[in-house]
Design a protein around this ligand. Structure first.
Ligand SMILES: *Cc1c(COP(=O)(O)O)cnc(C)c1O
Length: 358
């Protein structure tokens, strides 16, 4: 067979290790392990979403609504946009694929920041495009330098704000400068997977109807606690959304996911509790690491980077004790691990193990 030549050098994305897999290896019940590796919601899914899933489960003999009518309507109303401004993906990762397929090919490039979300370069390389990586400033995106790095071949600029894996955010002023300054023929993807964890995120929704070349990405995986269902969405100009809809497979969003996401959207109390738990957990780790003289990067998301020396070794030792974190060598941060904020109990166990293992 003649495989797509891009596949030969394409790295495989390694996510956080699944609980069940580590449990099998250690010979322990999964319930005894703690997963702080994938920025999931430690409070679980909303109870309302669970009820909605049960009801939807009884009808899975039927194909899902390919247009996600009710979820689309619900999100549109919540955000004050029109249904035509929205496209749903099997996780917002699928939106990254849609925009890549719509815009990238050989002799094109994307612009990203050093320490960017790993999926952007993978999607670009698969499409045969190059990736221009702009050096980070204090671990965060240097948006002005990214704007300057744009070439005539650039088709997409990807910005996660707050960013994963660093937890950094750009100032609202820098974001607005980039949004207003980006050339009309370059798409700006603002990945807002963690925007619910900050209070004063830049409000880009009003610009969606004016700018064809701006798309916002959001997800139900983080604040809403539905990572296992895979629901994300893009918010953009109706003309651009219509182009992306041609790429989307008709039943990409399953029926249980649609029902759960709609219910989660209405559960403001669960979102509030999640934010509160996160704020407390971040403070706990920041204070504790400061006392232990462990360097951290100030985080605006639901995880924290900690400089522990040999990150891979610490990841493995913690895992031996049933605590799954993430080593950061793949991001060029070999001395660091990323810890997702858990419940107070999980955070305490993680910190105690780390203190013991240093
Ligand atoms: C977690 C995350 C996403 C969301 O991915 P899903 O496919 O929606 O689960 C998107 N972007 C970034 C930067 C993330 O960290």
């Amino acid at each position: 067979m003649k495989l797509n030549p891009q596949l030969e050098h394409l790295p495989v994305y390694h996510g956080g290790r699944p609980l069940e897999e580590v449990a099998r290896e250690l010979g322990l019940p999964a319930a005894e392990l703690i997963k702080l590796a994938s920025n999931e919601n430690p409070l679980g899914p909303s109870a309302k979403a669970i009820t909605a899933m049960r009801e939807a489960a009884a009808r899975v003999n039927l194909y899902p609504d390919g247009n996600a009518f009710y979820l689309r309507k619900g999100v549109a109303e919540k955000l004050g946009v029109t249904p035509a401004n929205l496209i749903f993906g099997n996780g917002s990762n699928e939106i990254i694929e849609f925009v890549s397929r719509a815009l990238l090919g050989p002799n094109t490039n994307i612009v990203v920041s050093q320490y960017c979300f790993a999926i952007y370069p993978i999607a670009a390389h698969l499409a045969g495009a190059d990736c221009i990586s702009v050096p980070a400033k204090d671990f965060g995106h240097d948006l002005a330098a990214m704007a300057e790095a744009i070439t005539t071949e650039t088709r997409i600029v990807f910005v996660a704000n707050p960013n994963n894996p660093t937890g950094t955010r750009a100032s609202n002023e820098a974001v607005m400068d980039l949004v207003n300054g980006i050339p009309d023929d370059v798409l700006l993807v603002m990945d807002e997977a963690y925007f619910e964890f900050i209070d004063d995120a830049p409000d880009l929704l009003p610009l969606i109807s004016e700018k064809q070349n701006l798309i916002l990405m959001r997800t139900f995986s983080k604040i809403h606690g539905l990572a296992g269902l895979r629901v994300g969405y893009g918010i953009g100009h109706p003309d651009f959304i219509a182009a992306l809809e041609k790429i989307r497979q008709p039943f990409n969003l399953n029926a249980i996911a649609q029902a759960a996401a709609l219910a989660a959207l209405e559960d403001d109390e669960h979102v509030r509790a999640t934010r509160e738990n996160n704020t407390e957990g971040l403070k706990f780790f920041e204070n504790a690491f400061a006392e232990m003289n462990i360097e951290t990067v100030p985080s605006y998301a639901n995880f924290i980077l900690a400089k522990v020396g040999d990150g891979k070794a610490m990841f493995e030792k913690l895992q031996q004790r049933g605590i799954i974190t993430r080593a950061m060598g793949g991001y060029g941060l070999a001395d660091w691990i990323r810890i997702s904020i858990g419940t107070p109990l999980e955070n305490g166990r993680c910190l105690a193990a780390l203190a013991d293992l240093r």
